[in-house]
Ligand binder design. Sequence first.
Ligand SMILES: Cc1ncc(C[n+]2csc(CCOP(=O)(O)OP(=O)(O)O)c2C)c(N)n1
Ligand SMILES: [Mg+2]
Length: 360
Amino acid sequence: MKNTLENIENQFEMIQILNEEGEIVNEKEMPELSDDDLKELMRRMVYTRVLDQRSIALNRQGRLGFYAPTAGQEASQLGSHFAMEKEDFLLPAYRDVPQLIWHGLPLYQAFLFSRGHYHGNQMPEGVNALSPQIIIGAQYVQAAGVALGFKKRGEKAIALTYTGDGGASQGDFYEGINFAGAYKANAVFVVQNNHFAISVPVEKQSAASTVAQKAVAAGIPGVRVDGMDVLAVYKAVREARERAINGEGPSLIETVTYRYGPHTMAGDDPTRYRTEELDDEWEKKDPLIRFRKYLENKGLWSEEEENKTIDEAKEEVKAAIKKADGVEKQKVTDLMSLMYEELPSNLQEQMEEYKEKESK
Ligand SMILES: Cc1ncc(C[n+]2csc(CCOP(=O)(O)OP(=O)(O)O)c2C)c(N)n1
Ligand SMILES: [Mg+2]
């Protein structure tokens, strides 16, 4: 029995294309991406790093509410999202705001989401996405349903959802991948394994030595990929998308990554559960450093381009927070009218009461 388990676990070796020095170490796995695509991937990662720094600062100034830092996870987040098409449906978790923005949610609305304003959850027409899920793992069940919908309609589109290592220890995770597997639904399940569920290390969450191997029980492909390597992440997710739209069913992708910052800005102190050595070890694997080296060697990226992207990101953040400030505060009556098509009689009374109060 022990051998059987070891044989299974050994099949989930981590796939890497670009090493820490920015060298291609797995030429045959190299995805088909144009020079413009490569530059766009870099631009998105640099932009997102700036957005993260600015969001943390805005949160400390009391100008944002809920915020879950993203630095360290850019390759995992943006490489996977780059494999999606506009018609695909995105089901993010609370840390996946960057993917939502690149899928079409305007930045000022992402800021409103952070502030708990309902307009942050109203996807613009044509943006196929749900707002970030706070209930750990719940989006996995929803993704199975969306994916089955695509399958039944014969659409060449996927539902792609994200959770963390902690999410992969939840019941909803197993239900979602199992159901989608049974119906060969058009789903791609991504687990960003940043090694911690708040303060709980991944080793304490499960006896399984990888997340990817959990695909075996669901009878679907599982892939373990270097989550600090944007090329490897893109490749794995793009292939999973191809399988899904070709009727081959869902896949589970584990991206092995790390979050540099705290869990959220609500008072988490990572020094209480992580060592400085571990932080240093992961910062050496940084997704931006290795991809920048690779692109610079190809003559595709320069300090000038980097600075231009940083400035653009700062300007856009400034404009978006100003726009968010200008949005009318939400009222109690807004919540009532958005929740129901027809108000129940008891709420009709309250509606009148609050309209009266709000008019003063
Ligand atoms: C069902 C549920 N249980 C507990 C929580 C509290 N909680 C919020 S984040 C979190 C950790 C999740 O860790 P992981 O899935 O690894 O994602 P990460 O934050 O590392 O990206 C927990 C337990 C929750 N939001 N929902
Ligand atoms: Mg985690």
